[in-house]
Write a protein that binds this ligand. Sequence first.
Ligand code: HEC
Length: 155
Amino acid sequence: MIRTAAVLAILLLGTGAPLQAQGPTEQPHPWEPVIIEPMEREFLNSCASCHGRDGTGAGFLTRLFRGIDPGDLTQLSARNDGTFPMERIFSVIDGRTEVAAHGDRQMPVWGDRYMDAVMSEYGPDEINETRVRNRIYELVHYLQSIQAVDAEPEN
Ligand code: HEC
């Protein structure tokens, strides 16, 4: 094991290629407290099985069911000219209107799931819809926080 790691390290260093910065997955500096955001927990609970713990698409369900491609959730901004497509991502996660429009979707309809969850927690309540939207927005903000950042422009 140790020897393999050493050989690997030599191989990697030997190429002379600069190691790529890992963006948001980079370890925090040791003096920074590690903050586990609540929505990171929700992401790990509900989304990582398909999207991978880092959102890049390598969850175990994705590996299990070949042909399911959940995309790379760290590239949403990059694929949208550098702007995070907030509204679109909200409605993709929510899914309630989208399903009506296309009827074809491999991802669970989170708007329905979260509505079921708040219904069983609070009963019928006029602010349930707000609760559901808040949960989805928190996930949207979490996804925004894990977008791959462009490399610093060289000059
Ligand atoms: C059962 C597997 C599965 C789970 C669990 C899942 N997704 Fe997905 N997701 C997909 C698939 C597959 C797609 C690709 C579109 C499609 O086929 O529905 C997708 C697409 C997406 C997209 C659109 C990506 C793009 O490029 O436009 C977003 C955003 C997203 N998922 C967020 C989430 C969030 C947030 C959760 C957790 C609350 C979640 N997903 C849970 C399978 C899943």
